[in-house]
Design a protein around this ligand. Structure first.
Ligand SMILES: [Zn+2]
Length: 471
């Protein structure tokens, strides 16, 4: 979908082409594009001269002779271009304006979502969809007014900026860029933005949009603003479309979430979430002491849950047992867990299949438990966080590290079947080191209990400081 910079580019490219040209005749090839009756529109356009084009938000405003105005919205795929009269229309041509210089102005729209509305100079600004628009970002003089309006809005800042009611111009691409530059988490409630947050939002909106206009809009999908104009802004995007890649500023991995159905990419480190609840994952090697860390959160009365406990609970569910029995042809009688263990011992490759089934269920359970809690910190021990690709669910990831000697000692205390664990140690350690860049904090669990408590309490206080609180 073209955003404001693309529409601005269309305006700039189109104006010299059609300025002072008179429309001799119009062909309406798709009636739904025109908001008025066909014969009215033809009569309206015939003999009209294009005097100027302006832009309001993403609307193109064609100013015609006799105080007439044509309002046009390109929506998803609409585009204007000029062709000599002797050339065939493209198969997507919907409206064709024949001009007085042997050229025609074609409006193409493969999906036919675009609209054209007849109006006049005195009243076009009262068209409902134009009337609701906030000011142009370049016209904002009084940031305090935005701040005041924002105070009444509980929606996430991303949603309010997309609505175009506070000010126009930020679509899904540029809103992510502006929030990244403003160091604001996209879910931040609009009403909690400070005056200086708003100053940043306005400053970076102008900057990002101006840069995009300068480079002719971005080249998203097949969208071409006009002849010989190909934008190259997309290569400069810092976050949009870069989920899973590293942040250009801090080199942490960018996260991807949905807000109001819109895909949103942000950096969890440069745009830290500062409003409750903060969701914290605890990861680490096997026997590193994740449960002890979880227990410390629990003692401070924060919600603290363990994925292993959730899995155990799921395995008690008859429906789930039946599904797993069917999947692996397990016997219906006997102990479910014993049968499953036996099966996996003989079919180690089925472990991945089991995980593909169970991970989404665990994810769901954690989401449900988090949603019903009122705790400011929601903590989950998720040994398989990276394998199950659950990073996007959390704001903060804490890694628990331990050296191999201590790790083996602890495992020996737990279970003598060492050989079975050896492989898991390797796998686990590999995952841990591979994802170091995803960790916000690392706990070194090679000393005593008191040291562990002190490290965890320090982290809790750092996390709580985001909410201007402490233990
Ligand atoms: Zn970053």
């Amino acid at each position: 979908m073209p955003e404001l910079p693309e529409v601005e580019t269309v305006k700039n490219v189109l104006l010299p082409i059609i300025k002072n040209r008179t429309v001799l005749k119009v062909d309406i090839l798709r009636k739904s594009i025109v908001n008025n009756l066909e014969h009215e529109f033809i009569k309206f356009m015939k003999g009209s001269k294009f005097l100027n084009i302006t832009r309001r938000g993403k609307f193109l405003i064609f100013h015609l002779s006799d105080n007439k105005v044509l309002v046009s919205h390109l929506r998803m795929e609409g585009k204007y271009y000029e062709l000599p009269e002797s050339f065939e229309n493209s198969k997507y041509a919907r409206v064709v304006f024949h001009l007085d210089n042997n050229m025609k102005l074609c409006y193409d729209d493969s999906r036919c979502f675009g609209r054209m509305i007849m109006a006049d100079e005195a009243s076009y600004q009262n068209i409902q969809s134009l009337k609701e628009l906030g000011p142009e970002p370049f016209d904002i003089k009084d940031v305090a007014l935005l701040y005041k309006k924002g105070q009444k809005i509980g929606l996430p800042i991303k949603t309010s900026l997309l609505s175009q009611k506070l000010f126009v111009g930020l679509g899904n691409i540029y809103v992510d860029e502006v929030l990244f530059k403003s160091e604001l988490h996209p879910l931040t409630p609009t009403k909690s933005l400070s005056m200086s947050d708003w100053e940043n939002v306005v400053k970076y909106s102008k900057l990002v949009l101006l840069e995009a206009i300068k480079s002719g809009g971005s080249t998203i999908r097949s969208y071409h603003p006009g002849k010989d104009i190909s934008g190259n802004f997309q290569t400069q995007l810092a976050v949009y479309g870069r989920q899973g890649q590293k942040c250009v500023v801090c080199h942490r991995f960018l996260r991807f979430i949905k807000i109001g159905g819109r895909g949103t990419t942000y950096c969890p480190n440069c745009q830290p979430r500062k409003h409750p609840p903060l969701k914290i994952a605890i990861v680490g090697k096997i026997a590193s002491g994740k449960s002890s860390v979880l227990e410390i959160f629990n003692k401070h009365k924060f919600l603290a849950i363990s994925s292993d406990a959730i899995v155990h609970q799921l395995y008690k569910d008859k429906v789930i047992q039946n599904k797993i029995n069917k999947k692996f042809n397990l016997p219906e009688d006997g102990d479910f867990i014993v049968n499953l263990r036996n099966h996996l011992a003989h079919h180690p490759l089925d472990l991945a299949k089991l995980e593909r089934f169970i991970h989404p269920l665990v994810k769901n359970e954690i989401t449900n438990i988090f949603e019903t809690s009122t705790s400011k910190l929601l903590v989950a021990e998720v040994p398989l966080l990276f394998k199950a690709k659950m990073q996007n669910m959390f704001d903060i990831i804490i890694g628990v590290d331990i050296n191999e000697e201590n790790q083996i000692n602890r495992l020996n205390l737990r279970d003598k079947e060492k050989s079975a664990f050896n492989k898991r140690i390797n796998d686990d350690n590999h995952q841990f080191f591979e994802h170091l860049a995803d960790l916000d904090y690392i706990i070194d669990n090679n000393k005593d209990k008191a040291d562990l408590v002190s490290q965890v309490d320090t982290i809790i206080n750092k996390v709580l400081s985001r909410l201007n609180q402490s233990l």
